[in-house]
Design a protein around this ligand. Structure first.
Ligand SMILES: Cc1cc2nc3c(=O)[nH]c(=O)nc-3n(C[C@H](O)[C@H](O)[C@H](O)COP(=O)(O)OP(=O)(O)OC[C@H]3O[C@@H](n4cnc5c(N)ncnc54)[C@H](O)[C@@H]3O)c2cc1C
Length: 555
């Protein structure tokens, strides 16, 4: 086995898959991609990752899920919240909802304002398009022909149609394309799918590159730490089948381990807050207090109602025949329950009068409970997601051992403005559910319960059910060296360490107003552009003195 590569990419999620594809497109560049989890091409993972609904069969298993936890403290009644993180080819994109959202222009403007030139909307829009194969009408803001298919599923649950009608009855705009200029309103989500099959980042970007001889992929291989020498990342220590080995990087180590594992890995390697590292027995290599700080997610509460007419997805007696036919419907036509991501529609609302949406409502055509079992009762729900929280959390090391899970404190509701916005969003969801279009399908409110009406009652009730939207970001945030919490610069290079970049959701300077997978792929495409550009500059600079020497010899 070769142990030396030009680039070592850690993690095969949206960040790592795009990066590995783009870097290895040049046959002269050797790339190693290291993934702690298994390949998604092996039975039975290949089947589970094909179906949009397949994540419910993967999330319960520690083999495919890091099974991390959020520990919330008093603000959320001391609860421990399960925090699934994909551990297989595709990372979280192999277990996620597949919803394709890019965020708002203002999100990227705020990245620039935070000291990151080159990340404004006009810079990132062409990059989103370069990754996309949009299955809809030609539009100047969509791309066609690239690897990432973006399409609407072939069929929808009737509740989805009724919810959109109800939102329109409540006065909202019917929006069928959230990538268009108008971001508010409600409609069916575009998904990362290809003719009804789930398109994780691995299926879109990694699989097509697997045959390249300059790309070496190591699955079921844990990176334990990044090795640095005199301020430069030189390689990684890996563990594979119980054996520890060293792999060296001639050019760069690229950390794409996700917003909880990337800071964990940097800290295990001595890069982080000096005092905090010393406390857990890690020798500090480089003091960078922002590592693990500035954690942002979209705190999410919900409203669920009964569905007495039984259209929702459930394992009930009345749905017996429909459920029995579901596998055949999926196999033959890519339709029905197995073709559903359950989160079929949603939208964005503004609660503060500014016109800029600050809440996302995602509707589920089933009751979300334990991921291991399909619910037996009929019902549907709205997830109310706060798009730009003011509270910030943190990822910390529990110990100096790579196998120990990091401590993740989301700090939800640390800032009281967050609860106020969520309550406003919650009331809007309740108002939509009360519209005539849903009258026949809607039963009693299950959670939090119709008796919770006042601000005070809702505040108390929502703390008991607040959850994650699974969108952690910001823990290795991008920013200038003058920002004490910045971890990477605007080309994603770790401040103070050469040959090391972070390329995943953790670099977002502030969380974007929507789902985070597509923006992470955009970030990785940009990182690949930076790396290849710098490579070109370096090789032409290296060639320059040689030419001078040749000229001198001839004369
Ligand atoms: C249940 C769920 C639903 C979601 N729904 C949506 C949605 O509908 N739409 C959307 O846009 N986003 C959604 N997201 C969020 C989205 O999937 C993530 O934002 C995105 O996957 C982040 O990509 P990443 O590359 O930063 O990290 P990840 O996807 O987390 O990938 C990191 C990879 O690195 C590997 N890794 C970590 N540590 C190591 C190590 N030490 N050694 C080797 N390998 C390592 C991991 O196993 C993993 O494969 C969802 C997420 C979850 C969990």
């Amino acid at each position: 086995m070769t142990h030396s590569f030009d680039y070592i990419v850690i993690g095969s999620g949206p960040g790592g898959s795009v990066l590995a594809n783009r870097l290895s497109a040049d046959p002269a560049v050797s790339v190693a991609l290291i993934e702690a989890g298994p390949s998604d091409r092996k039975w039975p993972v290949n089947i589970k990752t094909i179906m949009p609904v397949g994540n419910i069969f993967l999330i319960p298993h520690a083999r495919y899920n890091w099974q991390q936890q959020l520990t919330g403290g008093d603000a959320i009644d001391g609860r421990v919240i399960g925090f699934p993180r994909g551990k297989l080819f595709g990372g979280c994109s192999a277990i996620n909802g597949g919803v394709y959202i890019r965020g708002q222009e203002e999100d990227y403007a705020s990245w620039v304002q935070a000291g990151n030139p080159g990340w404004g909307w006009d810079d990132v829009l062409p990059v989103f398009k370069r990754l996309e194969n949009y299955h809809g009408p030609d539009k100047s803001w969509h791309g066609k022909g690239a690897e990432l298919d973006v399409e609407k599923p072939a069929s929808f649950n009737p509740i989805t149609t009724a919810i959109i009608d109800a939102a329109v009855e409540a006065g909202h705009y019917h929006n069928e394309d959230f990538a268009a200029e108008r971001k508010d309103g409600f409609g069916r989500y575009d998904l990362n799918q290809r003719r009804g099959t789930r398109l994780s980042a691995a299926r879109a970007f990694l699989h097509p590159a697997l045959g390249r001889s300059n790309l070496s992929v190591f699955d079921e291989t844990l990176v334990r730490r990044i090795i640095t020498d005199d301020g430069r990342a030189t390689g990684v220590e890996i563990e594979r089948a119980g054996k520890r080995e060293i792999m060296t990087a001639r050019n760069e180590v690229l950390v794409c381990a996700g917003a909880t594992n990337s800071p964990q890995l940097l800290m295990l390697s001595g890069i982080g807050d000096r005092d905090a590292l010393s406390k857990v027995g890690v020798d500090p290599v480089h003091h960078l207090p922002g590592v693990g700080a500035h954690l942002q997610d979209h705190p999410t509460v919900h409203i669920s109602v009964e569905n007495p007419t039984g259209e929702s997805y459930a394992n009930s007696r009345s749905a017996l025949l429909r459920n029995a036919l579901a596998p055949f419907k999926y196999a033959l036509k890519r339709e029905g329950m197995f073709a559903s991501n359950v989160a079929e529609c949603g939208g964005f609302v503004c609660t503060d009068g500014s016109g800029r949406p600050d809440i996302q409502l995602t509707f589920l055509v089933g009751l979300k409970g334990n991921a291991r079992v399909v619910p037996s009762n009929h019902g549907f729900m709205a997830l109310i997601q706060l798009l730009r929280p003011n509270s910030e959390g943190r990822v910390r090391l529990a110990s100096n051992r790579a196998e120990d899970k990091p401590i993740i404190e989301p700090n939800f509701f640390d800032d009281p403005r967050d609860m106020a916005t969520l309550i406003a969003g919650f009331r809007e969801a309740r108002r939509i559910f009360a519209q005539p279009a849903l009258a026949a399908m809607r039963g009693k409110e299950i959670e939090p319960g119709a008796e919770h009406v006042s601000d005070q009652e809702l505040d108390k009730a929502l703390r008991k059910i607040v959850n994650t939207a699974y969108h952690p970001t910001g823990t290795c945030k991008m920013g200038p060296a003058s920002d004490p919490l910045a971890v990477v610069d605007d080309r994603l290079r770790v401040h103070g360490i050469d040959g090391l970049r972070v390329v995943d959701a953790s670099v977002m300077p502030s969380i974007i107003s929507g789902n985070t997978s597509a923006p992470t792929m955009m970030i990785a495409q940009r990182a690949a552009d930076f790396i290849l550009e710098e490579r070109k500059t370096h090789s032409s600079q290296a060639a320059e003195p040689a030419r001078v020497a040749e000229t001198e010899l001839q004369s």
